[in-house]
Structure formats: structure tokens, C-alpha cells
Design a protein around this ligand. Structure first.
Ligand SMILES: *Cc1c(COP(=O)(O)O)cnc(C)c1O
Length: 368
């Protein structure tokens, strides 16, 4: 074990007005789900994404569920979901009694492959949930074209992609709505928290209704529908607003970190596949992800263990959903199967220094 301080894979940065705004909540007694920070955070986030509405929730998973409730997803319906994603994407579909239909992903980005969607569409299909995995934007133009042709809605799962862009337009405004997460390891955080963005006035009003237990906004304790308590607190929003004040510099710092990794790992390019960059999209580095060119899931796990012993925390790329017990399937997902097991997320947060990157690259060189 080295004497260095352990390098975590992710870590929040709370160096701005977070403390000041949280203390303001406590000093003013506004600690629950009313208060000025909620609307301020929602407005700041909507303007950041270039959309009309942002509806804050208590986490990203409830944001997803609420979005699907808002779109009237019903038991028996089907929704297209990429095979490689965090499990919440598929779980939210199940919460509605609907079925997530898994579709294979693209090599390199592990994002939903538009070419493989068509075959999975049935008369029961209602929508598509592309995920901007690890901050790399999904192929929205092709996905939207398919959706339009089959009269499906699109919900972007942008939980990992705050600030990512396609042709200069930020994610969050491409589908009927989009969801974001502010969990502690995400690009910006509120501890736990989520957001739905949309340009649709009617949908936004419906999301607010269902978020607040279904209570009629003009008639207290009158409930026309069965809603949920998915509200964010003023304290969470206070942290969120402070995070928004720093989001541009946080994204730049992550881009810089990715450059350091690209340079430090360039001499391992016969062993590793580094993140691709494309001219038409701007990826945000939620996780700087590498793939082993050769090797297997076993050798990947050995590398993760070796790095752990050197004081470097990393993570395996998500297991394909079709391999997890709740979503087990023997349909074929060749790209997910060949890529996911060889992927490693390296430490990606604002306290990783250029010296840390050199150390990580050195340790990787010893083992790959
Ligand atoms: C984190 C995440 C979520 C869920 O967000 P929580 O805030 O953890 O509930 C959903 N989808 C993806 C792709 C995520 O990474």
C-alpha cells in the first residue's frame, strides 16, 4: 500500500456558496420543500439547458418515474432502453408496470444503437429512453427520426450528462422531456436530487401536480389524482443553486482532466481504447472511461483490484442489464457483451491533479 492519499473515483466539490445558502435555509427556517431556492435552482437549471421548464425532484430515479407517469405509461406498454445503463433507467419503466425492451449499444460509446431499435418495436411500444452514458451524448437525430416515424415519445436519461451538447445544443431539450440526477457522484450534486426538463407547458404542469402528491394547485387538500411525494427540499436546492454557479468551470476542469489522461495514456494505446471525441458532439466527462483492447472481464477485474491496492479507486463499466437477475434475457447483445466487461471508469472529479493522473497512468502501465 502506498503512502499516497487514496484517489476516489468520484467526489463532490462544495467550494462555492453551498455553505452560505444552506445556512440561509436554516437561519430562515425554510428547510422543507417550500422556499426560494427551489424555484431559483429550477430556473437556473432550465436556463442552463436552454429549455422552458425544469421540475426538481428528490432524486434522479423519481425524476424518471415521474416523467413516465407524466407521459401516461401504462401496464403492458413497452419502452426501448439501452442494454448498458445504470439500472434505474429500466426500473422506472417497471414501476409503471411496463416492460423495458433492451436494445444493444454502439461500440466505444455504449450508447443506444439507433440501427438496432427498429427490430424491437412492437404495437405496444410507447417510447424510447436513450441514455447519454458517462456524459457522451446519444445519437439523438437518428433516435428522434425513429420515434417520429412510429409515433413514440423520447425521454433523455441525462443523469450523467449535465452540459453535454449535440451540434451546439445542450442535452435536456431533445425529447418530450429529459431527466438529470444530482447524486453525490454526479457532475453537479445536491446530495440526493433530480430534475426533469421540458419545453412542454402541459407536461410541466402535470409533473408538478404528480410530484406534489397530486394536490390541486388552486384548491388545498383537493386531490384529483393519485400523486407522489417526489419533492426536493429547499436545502437540496440551495446546494444545487451554488453548484450551478460553478457548473461551467466544473465542466472545463473535467475536460482538462480528460486531456491529462489522454496524454498520460497515449503510450498505452496498443493496450487501451481511450475515449473517442467527435466533432459534432461535446461530451462531458462524468467518467473518464477506458476499455482493454485484449483481455476479459476477469483480467479487467484483476486490474481494478491491483489499482485498488495502489490506492486508486476505479469502477467497472455497468453490467449489461440482460445479465442482471431482474432483466435476464437470452436475446443477443453482442456489443454490450464484448465491450462492457472490458471497461473501467478512472477517477474523474475536480480534486484529481495532473500528478495523480501520472501516478494512475504509471500504475496502469505496470498491469495492462
Ligand atoms: C444516477 C443515474 C440515475 C438515477 O439517479 P439517482 O439520483 O441516483 O436516483 C438514472 N440513470 C442514470 C443513467 C444514472 O447514472
Amino acid at each position: 500500500m502506498s503512502m499516497r492519499e487514496r484517489i476516489f473515483v468520484a467526489k463532490p466539490k462544495l467550494a462555492g456558496n453551498e455553505r452560505k445558502y444552506v445556512l440561509d435555509c436554516i437561519d430562515s427556517n425554510w428547510i422543507s420543500s417550500s422556499g426560494k431556492y427551489i424555484s431559483a435552482f429550477e430556473e437556473a437549471f432550465a436556463s442552463f439547458c436552454g429549455v422552458k421548464h425544469a421540475v426538481a425532484t428528490n432524486n434522479g430515479t423519481t425524476a424518471l418515474h415521474l416523467a413516465l407517469v407524466g407521459l401516461d405509461l401504462q401496464p403492458g406498454d413497452e419502452v426501448i432502453v439501452p442494454d448498458v445503463t445504470y439500472i434505474a433507467t429500466a426500473n422506472a419503466v417497471r414501476y409503471c408496470g411496463a416492460t423495458p425492451v433492451l436494445v444493444d449499444v454502439c461500440p466505444g460509446t455504449l450508447n443506444l444503437d439507433p440501427q438496432k431499435i427498429q427490430d424491437k418495436i412492437t404495437p405496444k411500444t410507447r417510447g424510447i429512453i436513450p441514455v447519454h452514458l458517462y456524459g457522451y451524448p446519444a445519437e439523438m437525430a437518428a433516435i428522434q427520426e425513429i420515434a417520429q416515424k412510429h409515433n413514440l415519445w423520447v425521454v433523455e436519461d441525462a443523469a450523467e450528462a449535465h452540459g453535454a451538447e449535440i451540434l451546439g445544443k445542450k442535452v435536456g431539450g431533445f425529447g418530450q422531456c429529459a431527466i438529470f440526477s444530482f447524486f453525490g457522484n454526479k457532475i453537479i450534486t445536491t446530495g440526493e436530487g433530480g430534475m426533469i426538463t421540458t419545453n412542454d407547458d402541459t407536461l410541466a404542469a402535470k409533473l408538478r401536480l404528480f410530484r406534489g402528491q397530486g394536490m390541486d394547485p388552486n384548491r388545498r387538500y383537493w386531490f384529483p389524482v393519485i400523486g407522489y411525494n417526489y419533492r426536493m427540499t429547499n436545502i437540496q436546492a440551495a446546494i444545487g443553486l451554488a453548484q450551478m454557479e460553478e457548473v461551467e468551470s466544473a465542466l472545463l476542469a473535467r475536460e482538462n482532466l480528460a486531456k491529462w489522461y489522454n496524454e498520460a495514456l497515449a503510450n498505452l494505446e496498443d493496450k487501451l481504447i481511450l475515449p473517442q471525441s467527435m466533432s459534432l458532439v461535446k461530451q462531458v466527462y462524468w467518467m473518464y472511461t477506458i476499455f482493454l483492447k485484449n483481455g476479459s472481464e476477469t483480467s479487467r477485474d484483476e486490474i481494478i483490484q491491483f489499482l485498488d491496492g495502489q490506492g486508486i479507486e476505479t469502477r467497472p463499466v455497468f453490467y449489461p442489464l440482460h445479465r442482471l437477475p431482474p432483466y435476464e434475457s437470452n436475446a443477443l447483445y453482442p456489443v454490450a457483451d464484448s465491450w462492457a466487461g472490458k471497461g473501467i471508469n478512472l477517477p474523474t472529479h475536480l480534486d484529481v491533479t495532473q500528478e495523480d493522473v501520472a501516478y494512475i497512468a504509471n500504475c496502469l502501465k505496470q498491469i495492462v
